[in-house]
Write a protein that binds this ligand. Structure first.
Ligand SMILES: Cc1cc2nc3c(=O)[nH]c(=O)nc-3n(C[C@H](O)[C@H](O)[C@H](O)COP(=O)(O)O)c2cc1C
Length: 328
């Protein structure tokens, strides 16, 4: 998965499916953690993987705080921590927790990369957790990570579902990053939200649906094309669109909910990741009546000279016209 997309899809949600997690996916997560950087390559991290049917599992679940009981549904729980005596110390700086955090991040991203829902937790009691897994004093447990597939939010209790419905937020970049000197906000150029988005309605046809009664996944890709074309026609005019030669280098879709024939369907489009000769369209296909998102998608366009058979730089005039539709 594209790294920017991975950053966007990894979220600490709480609705797990009971679908078992393949052992090789867990192994890849552990291997990603293993290849993390660490100070002086000390690799002080350790992991204990506890599956749903393990005899230790119930005692581990009982060590979790009541507010984390949603995690009991996750087929795999991984206790991640470190061996403090293996960590590097430079002057007064102890790097053991830092190294363990880097490894945890790799583990989480590799999980999300494989379509898994990964949620780290600090909410648990240490003594019963140690007892449950027979942890030695030399090991400091730091987080329990719930690992599984995304489940149905409606199966969560109301309080937990409300937590998941809250949008994920972050401090603004200039508040956490400084330029040259502490306290001087790092000046940003790209807004985190575009000033404008383009939206267009899609008229569904009976033939768009498949035997399951919902819009076929391949047809959804053609909705992206309709939206993209209308966006370019709106901004550049029908004649000029031919003069913006590009090839589609990448298409990816996350199907969030099925689209049925009776649904209202609208495509929302904006731009991210402008580079020398390519840019990315981001799409949300949603129901304008209730805001429900059916599909999140993206396509990468590479500017291409079909005669010379080579990529070409994005024309500055193109960037001028689309500027308001660009975000991080
Ligand atoms: C070390 C650590 C401990 C956390 N502990 C809990 C927890 O006990 N329960 C919980 O519901 N979420 C927990 N979280 C998830 C955070 O609340 C979540 O990462 C944060 O709100 C940002 O949201 P996001 O991960 O969806 O981007 C923890 C996250 C980290 C990194």
């Amino acid at each position: 998965m594209d790294f920017k997309r991975l950053i966007d899809v990894r979220r600490s949600l709480r609705a797990y499916s009971s679908r078992p997690v393949e052992r090789d996916k867990v192994e890849r997560m552990l291997d990603a953690a293993r290849w993390s950087p660490s100070s002086a390559n000390r690799q002080p991290w350790r992991f204990v993987v506890v599956e749903h049917d393990a005899p230790e599992r119930l005692a581990l679940e009982e060590a979790l705080d009541a507010g984390n009981s949603w995690a009991n549904r996750a087929p795999v729980l991984i206790v991640a921590g470190a061996v403090p005596s293996e960590g590097l110390v430079v002057e007064s700086r102890e790097y053991v927790l830092f190294d363990a955090g880097l490894a945890l991040m790799s583990l989480l991203y590799r999980g999300a990369d494989q379509g898994l829902l990964v949620h780290p937790m600090a909410g648990w009691k240490e003594a019963p957790l140690r007892d449950a897994l027979g942890l030695p004093d030399s090991f400091a447990p730091l987080v329990v990570v719930a690992v599984g597939y995304h489940g149905k939010p409606e199966e969560l209790d109301e309080a937990t579902r409300k937590k998941d419905e809250r949008p994920s937020t972050r401090k603004p970049l200039p508040e956490i990053a400084f330029e040259n000197r502490w306290g001087v906000p790092y000046s940003t150029k790209i807004p985190s939200c575009p000033a404008k988005v383009f939206e267009t309605d899609i008229q569904l046809r009976f033939r768009d649906t498949d035997a399951m009664g919902h819009v076929n996944n391949a047809t959804v890709v053609s909705y992206l094309e309709v939206g993209r074309l209308r966006f370019l026609v709106e901004l550049f005019g029908g004649e000029q669109v031919r003069n913006i030669p590009f090839i589609i280098a990448d298409v990816s879709c996350s199907y969030r909910a099925p689209i049925f024939l009776h649904d209202q369907v609208r495509v929302r489009i904006w731009i991210t990741d402008i580079s020398r000769s390519s840019y990315r369209f981001r799409y949300e296909i949603f129901n304008p009546a209730d805001g429900r998102i059916f599909v999140e998608a993206e396509t990468v366009q590479v500017m291409y000279d079909y005669k010379a058979k080579q990529t070409i730089p994005l024309p500055p005039a193109f960037l001028d016209v689309v500027r308001e539709y660009v975000a991080v």
